[in-house]
Ligand binder design. Structure first.
Ligand SMILES: [Fe+2]
Length: 254
């Protein structure tokens, strides 16, 4: 797949596709916004190896909302990896992942990197929660591959971001992951969605950051969920170099 010295991942998140594709949420048509972004990525990110959609693909768990995604991605050859968010149906994501270039799995190996995509959806709650079985698999692979590097994707944030309404939904048992990051040199990056804005911090060797939504944006560090009129829809480019270096930037669409 590569031979260029790095794996290039595009992270898109929080598409909030609805049953009705003409629906406007917070002054934006979420279907049109996601479609425009995927077309932009297809035209401009020519060396992209894979696209990860880190949850809230749907806003309402409807079959139609997931069909809208398959419609948007159908003309594109790049493999997509789908993750659930609090607005998604885990079962429907599994079902729709059988479509042509759609996939859903806990991890993939892009030697010398392991890329993990945890399911942080907690049933009956908007909060984040890590699953013990997924964390056990992660810890085992981490332990057995000390010379490799790890990139982690989540839907929910693993650390508080200074926004009270969002921080109520932080991953409740995030210490399972944060302790592992503190105790190893191998985890180099952690990225999430859900918060609809950009936050960055660092723990040990790992850079931690969030990715803006493909549709409406929220004001960072606000007490309640307030739409940020000044920010545009965006995605994140992450390059995982064979040396273990990680490069990342957020691209906003005009
Ligand atoms: Fe979310």
């Amino acid at each position: 797949m590569k031979n260029k010295g790095y794996t290039k991942i595009i992270q898109m998140t929080d598409l909030h596709l609805c049953e009705d594709k003409t629906r406007i949420s917070f002054d934006i048509n979420t279907f049109d916004s996601a479609k425009k972004m995927i077309e932009h990525i297809h035209e401009n990110e020519v060396d992209c190896d894979l696209i990860i959609i880190s949850g809230d693909i749907s806003d309402d768990e409807s079959d139609n909302s997931y069909s809208h995604l398959t419609e948007i991605v159908s003309p594109i050859e790049i493999p997509f990896y789908l993750m659930p968010g609090n607005h998604d149906s885990v079962e429907k994501i599994r079902e729709f992942s059988r479509h042509k270039n759609l996939n859903s799995k806990l991890y993939l190996e892009e030697d010398p990197w392991f890329i993990f995509m945890f399911n942080t959806k907690k049933d009956g709650s908007p909060n984040g929660y890590l699953k013990n079985d997924e964390i056990e698999i992660f810890k085992k692979i981490l332990d057995e591959n000390k010379e490799k590097y790890f990139m982690i994707f989540l839907h929910h944030h693993p650390v508080k971001i200074g926004s009270p309404s969002m921080d109520k939904m932080v991953i409740e048992n995030a210490e399972l992951l944060l302790d592992a990051i503190s105790n190893t040199e191998s985890v180099r990056g952690v990225s999430w969605g859900h918060v609809h804005n950009v936050y960055e911090t660092q723990i040990n060797n790992a850079r931690l950051f969030s990715t803006p939504s493909t549709c409406y944006q929220s004001k960072p560090k606000s007490k309640t969920f307030i739409i940020d009129e000044n920010e545009k829809p965006g995605y994140r480019v992450i390059k995982l170099f064979d040396s273990g270096e990680l490069e990342s930037q957020v691209i906003r669409l005009a």
